[in-house]
Design a protein around this ligand. Structure first.
Ligand code: BGC
Length: 740
């Protein structure tokens, strides 16, 4: 449809129809007769209002959506199609690792490709828009939703935001097998005070602009077709009614002209936040902020008509919102083909696409982070003196819920467990598999966003599980333990004050460690964990997050050395929860403290814990080692027009091939405002065979040295800088240069 046709359509629509476009409901409203009455009553919507709602969320499946679409379009006065949206976060049927793990790959191409595959799968299931990517910067591991982000670093987040949006949207959202991206949550949702879900956000204006906003801006530049508001306040104003943010920054400064959708019920929550007296005022505030779609409340549907009549809200405002929605429907090609790529045969397919799972298995080792290894890994495939038998122990040996909190569309029984993958290997040495305990503690019935998890065992049964595990550990040369938090412990509503492996699993770990010290632990989680005790007692730790459909295969590939782990942490692992929030690019204090260097009390430090996290941002081991030398700058002065090049030799000094993430950090020694101790400004993942050396180069431009000065101007200041290059954020190899 041409632009003028959209305008003509808009002119021809009734006010009710227009307001309808701004309403988003779940598929329950359109389910077979009878079902619709419940939710309709709760929301006080009339049949007519439901029949005119512009979009539907959380319902998938080609056959179902085609049916809903056909029935809807028949009744819609202008036969305008619905837009179907869903939370497809790290995969649809083929589930990839959670975004925090994808960030650990330091390989945005992987994010692009996984998003492309997810788009293909969800498009065939009838979905038009995915509520992804989530690009919120996260620094507090207590918050459950850190799993949905790509981590604590602004630059890394930007690279992944762009890749995800380009992967979902392809050459155009109307092209086959692509969908529109909805970047979320605008803005600052990743920093709730205390890590407590939905809590207020208190970031300084400078930090907001420098640390938090850039990834959203990159998403806008990458062409995201939709932006979701966030639940939190920013500067004490809830984002969904925040004009400075939504209008001032997003639309006016950044030129964003796509659709803005509220988060679930966030318009109504303006009342709970205490900035709107009632629904009428909430509708007004959200409208003024330029929020186009009201997700799952009746606030726009019930109040906009009166506000138009009284002149509080103008028809121009309403038309602008409706135009943006119709325009997206048009870009998706829905006026020509309202079913887009929906394909019933896809829903009925017995297994996920083999090519997709093959790719998942291939990339998983790039997201696994080897946190410790004193040589126990990789395990030998043949019996050797040190390993003639293996005991595999732990609840995650059999766990099928390994896709992270948001994997609504995954069929759990399709996920490959560790147990299944070991058995497939037909090992040439004796091995045992023991669960040892359940993933969640005895008596626990825990509600997640996808249902609930229950520990089904009696105390007697748990006693037997544990005894069997300890007995098998005693007899084996090597123990592999698979431990971690259940996926319901993270994700929305999954904030924790203790970020350890659950105590009942730690008891199992201790009991095993007492009888056999040769333990390699595979850890699962949706957040950085406090792994102090595991680090002390185990010989190796492989952190695999929630890897998705191909979990078992990929974990065994890495344990037995068919693949090397090449993930590097996208978020610091604290030494203990008391350090949180802890992140590498903090500011210098007036009393800077380096662990172990000062005995005086009056330094910026704790009296009962180090300052340094247990594992820093960018950290991760490999089955080989790398040496860095020859850091050379091709000049020592950067100017506006003349960047400098920094080169470094990276050599694989071990006996196996591997992939190293070469990271470049910059530090501004003196600024008009305090500057971070260092900031990631470049990275490259390099494959190196044993003994191979490669020279890696990065360019340092004046633009990389900019920041918000005293007057909030984004500028660079002449002076002294330092560049650090290495394999993590503690990189020591450095050189100085100037900006003139
Ligand atoms: C979440 C969003 C999600 C939406 C729709 C909300 O509760 O905050 O991230 O996209 O629900 O399911």
């Amino acid at each position: 449809m041409k632009e003028e046709q959209i305008r003509e359509l808009l002119e021809d629509m009734s006010t009710e129809e227009k307001i309808g476009q701004l309403l988003q409901l779940t598929g329950a409203f359109y389910a077979d007769e009878g079902l619709a009455t419940g939710p309709m009553q709760q929301m006080q919507l009339s049949q007519e209002q439901v029949e005119q709602a512009g979009s539907v969320l959380s319902t998938v499946g080609a056959a179902t959506l085609k049916k809903i679409q056909t029935a809807y379009m028949e009744k819609q006065p202008h036969h305008i199609p619905l837009m179907f949206m869903a939370d497809v976060i790290n995969g649809y049927r083929t589930v990839f690792p959670i975004p925090l793990a994808l960030g650990c790959s330091f390989e945005p191409e992987i994010m692009r490709k996984t998003s492309e595959i997810s788009a293909r799968e969800m498009a065939r299931a009838g979905v038009h828009v995915t509520f992804s990517p989530m690009v919120d910067l996260v620094r507090d591991a207590r918050w459950g939703r850190v799993m949905e982000s790509t981590g604590e670093d602004t630059y890394l987040n930007r690279c992944f935001a762009k890749a995800a949006i380009e992967g979902y949207q392809g050459a155009g959202v109307g092209t086959k097998d692509h969908v529109a991206a909805c970047m979320k949550h605008f803005a600052g949702y990743g920093s709730p005070v205390g890590g407590r879900e939905y809590n207020q956000v208190e970031v300084s204006e400078r930090s907001l602009f420098e640390d938090y906003l850039p990834a959203y801006k990159t998403g806008v530049d990458a062409g995201t077709k939709m932006v979701m508001t966030s639940f939190n306040t920013l500067g004490r104003i809830p984002c969904t009614g925040n004009q400075e943010l939504m209008k001032g920054i997003l639309r006016e400064q950044w030129g964003y002209d796509g659709v803005v959708i509220s988060d679930w019920a966030a318009i109504h929550e303006l009342i709970e936040h205490g900035v709107a007296r009632d629904e009428d005022e909430a509708a007004y505030l959200a409208m003024q902020a330029g929020v186009d779609i009201d997700m799952m409340t009746n606030v726009y549907a019930l109040h906009l008509k009166d506000q138009l009549a009284s002149g509080k809200v103008t028809m121009d405002q309403l038309d602008a919102a409706v135009y943006r929605i119709l325009n997206l429907k048009n870009e998706l090609g829905l006026f020509e083909n309202p079913f887009k790529d929906a394909d019933e045969s896809y829903d009925e397919s017995k297994k996920p696409d083999g090519e997709h799972t093959k790719y998942a298995r291939e990339i998983l080792p790039e997201t696994f982070v080897l946190l410790k290894n004193d040589g126990i890994l990789p395990l030998s495939k043949e019996p050797v003196d040190t390993c003639k038998s293996i005991a595999f122990i732990g609840p995650f040996m059999k766990e099928i819920d390994v896709c992270g909190a948001w994997s609504f569309f995954n069929r759990k029984e399709e996920n490959v467990t560790l147990e299944q993958a070991v058995n497939e290997r037909e090992l040439s040495m004796p091995y045992t598999i023991e669960e040892g305990c359940h993933t969640v503690p005895y008596g626990m019935r825990f509600v997640g966003i996808r249902g609930e998890v229950v520990n089904p065992y009696t105390p007697e049964e748990l006693g037997v599980l544990k005894a069997n595990a300890v007995a098998s550990a005693k007899q084996a040369d090597v123990v592999v333990m698979a431990l971690g938090e259940h996926s319901f412990f993270s994700g929305e509503g999954g904030a924790r004050t203790q970020i350890t492996i659950p105590e009942h699993q730690m008891e199992l770990f201790r009991a095993v460690a007492e009888v056999n010290p040769n333990i390699a632990v595979v850890t699962f989680s949706g957040r950085p964990l406090d792994l102090r005790e595991v680090n002390e007692k185990a010989k190796a730790i492989l952190h695999v997050w929630f890897p998705g459909t191909e979990t078992g295969h990929a974990v065994m590939d890495v344990l037995f050395g068919d693949a090397s782990p090449s993930g590097r942490l996208s978020m610091s692992f604290p030494y203990c929860v008391g350090q949180v929030p802890v992140y590498y690019n903090e500011l210098h204090t007036g009393r800077q403290y380096i662990d172990g260097t000062e005995t005086s009390r009056f330094f910026s430090k704790y009296i009962d814990a180090p300052n340094h996290p247990l594992y820093v941002f960018g950290y991760g081991l490999d089955y080989t080692e790398y040496r860095y030398d020859n850091l050379v700058l091709d000049g020592n002065q950067v100017t506006k027009d003349r960047p400098i090049t920094v080169s470094v030799d990276v050599t694989n000094v071990g006996k196996r091939a591997g992939k190293e993430v070469v990271q470049m950090y910059l530090q501004d020694l003196v600024g008009s405002v305090a500057r971070p101790v260092r900031e990631l400004k470049g990275f490259e993942k390099v494959a190196l065979s044993a003994g191979e050396k490669k020279t890696i180069t990065f360019t340092i431009t004046e633009e990389m040295l900019r920041f918000y000065d005293r007057n909030m101007n984004y500028v660079s200041e002449p002076g002294e800088f330092k560049v650090y290059v290495g394999g993590n954020s503690d990189a020591e190899l450095s050189a100085g240069f100037q900006l003139v």
